[in-house]
Design a protein around this ligand. Structure first.
Ligand code: ZN
Length: 238
């Protein structure tokens, strides 16, 4: 079965800042879309400024896994669309939240916490440790990989304890961070993955792309039967 992936990108930094456009001439979504297509997935890109942010009922109904990158304009995402995405997650759509998406309305409403964290922009090396090596999202990685320059995110990260923690990051300045977090909400699987500051070429790095592709496969709907609620007659005579 071919996976249908929608890559959602705010797409404001790349269109308003020359320095970011230099790093991502095709948008932050460009290299991610290319990689997922090379893995045989069907990929659609949706951006904030499209009607309904590109997340119409029909588009979401046809999406197995949605990835989300936002930063400048979380507050411009309409509450109605957030509610629609949340319902799709509860019904089984996978959601991959990237980097500054930690503060998106959709992630905060699914987590129920502030999702605040510590940050610093200082060209630091990030070392991402695989703390759950048997997990499908870590497939193909060694015991760790490094990103030469990234923004630092540090603890405390105000999230609920993940169902499974797959990655922990260390930064040159000394902080650590829970950088690969798995959750289930309703029938839907959610993965938060930390790297991806817009000033660095992180989304061209092969390990990062591998993790995103692994996460999309992991979060794909499991094909659960329709769920029934409410009163029902007993299965046995008694
Ligand atoms: Zn950032």
């Amino acid at each position: 079965m071919t996976l249908n992936v929608t890559i959602w990108n705010e797409y404001r930094h790349e269109t308003s800042r020359e320095d970011v456009r230099k790093v991502y001439p095709d948008g932050l979504h460009g290299p991610i879309a290319d990689h997922l297509r090379s893995e045989g997935m069907t990929v659609r890109v949706a951006t904030l400024d499209e009607p309904e942010h590109g997340l119409t009922e029909a588009a979401l109904a046809d999406t197995d896994v949605l990835t989300w990158w936002g930063h400048l304009a979380h507050y411009e995402v309409s509450d109605e669309i957030v509610a629609r995405v949340q319902q799709r997650v509860l019904d089984g759509m996978g959601l991959i939240v990237l980097h500054s998406g930690h503060h998106s309305k959709i992630f905060r409403s699914l987590m129920g916490t502030t999702c605040n964290l510590i940050w610093r922009e200082a060209d630091e090396r990030e070392r991402i440790w695989v703390v759950e090596p048997g997990h499908p999202i870590a497939a193909g990685l060694g015991s760790y990989f490094e990103i030469p320059r990234e923004e630092m995110y540090g603890e405390r990260f105000d999230i609920p304890a993940p169902d499974t923690l797959v990655f922990v990051s260390w930064f040159q300045g000394g902080e650590v961070f829970r950088s690969g977090c798995c959750y289930q909400r309703g029938l839907g699987k959610i993965f938060y993955f930390r790297p991806g500051h817009e000033m660095y070429p992180t989304y061209y790095q092969k390990e990062v792309l591998q993790v995103i592709a692994n996460a999309v496969k992991w979060a794909a709907p499991a094909g659960a039967p329709a769920v029934m609620f409410g009163n029902r007659p007993p299965l046995e005579k008694f």
